[in-house]
Design a protein around this ligand. Structure first.
Ligand code: SF4
Length: 199
């Protein structure tokens, strides 16, 4: 299996499919962690600093994410060493044309990158998946769900537990609403009490 993982990671790093299809991404897939491992975190796509240093959730959204995970008893350094981190699309998609945050990868880019995500899941074989943000939630659960209906619940899907979390980017105001704070706290309690003991 280590050979299969190394082959996949080399293919992901070398991939230019979205660029060749005309999307102005910054090529160079961003992901980290061992395979197999019982927990896999999936975000939307890396940001600009993540693309520079090739480390998922490296900047301010990572600070916020790991503050949340600390409330569930998960330490950042240990998390990064022990668990797999990736995204629905692996390359930096560039700024949103409106200037607010990064561009959401198009359906076509998601489709181009989907085989990599499927192969990562096969290699990592997670028991628990953290879906961070609307696009990751929709991708992992294969249906559209409002964030307000998803965060605070755990889903069983294809033999794994999927726990939705909001995106920790400063561009998202969703987690700041008091009623959404309650949903987020419920999700973190589920992670701490029900899911971490499975790892
Ligand atoms: S986002 Fe995925 S499919 Fe697109 S170039 Fe990067 S690795 Fe390849």
């Amino acid at each position: 299996m280590p050979g299969a993982a190394a082959d996949l990671w080399a293919e992901m790093r070398a991939c230019r499919k979205c660029l060749e299809a005309g999307y102005e991404i910054t090529p160079g897939a961003v992901f980290s962690g061992p395979a197999p491992t019982p927990l896999m975190l999936v975000g939307q796509a890396p940001g600009v600093t993540e693309a520079q240093v090739k480390r998922p959730f490296n900047a301010s959204s990572g600070t916020r994410l790991f503050q949340w995970l600390a409330e569930a008893g998960l330490d950042e350094d240990q998390f990064r060493r022990s668990f797999y981190m990736t995204a629905v699309t692996k390359c930096y998609p560039g700024k949103h044309p409106g200037g607010k945050g990064d561009r959401r990868p198009t359906r076509a880019e998601q489709k181009l990158c989907r085989p990599f995500l499927d192969r990562e899941i096969q290699l990592v074989r997670p028991k628990v998946m953290l879906a961070v943000g609307g696009l990751a939630i929709e991708t992992l659960l294969e249906r559209k769900l409002r964030l307000t209906d998803a965060v605070g619940q755990v889903f069983e899907h294809e033999g794994r537990y999927v726990l939705p979390l909001p995106h920790p980017s400063g561009a998202s105001l969703w987690p700041n609403q008091p009623e959404n704070q309650v949903r987020l706290q419920r999700a973190l309690r589920i992670l701490r009490d029900d899911l971490v003991p499975l790892l």
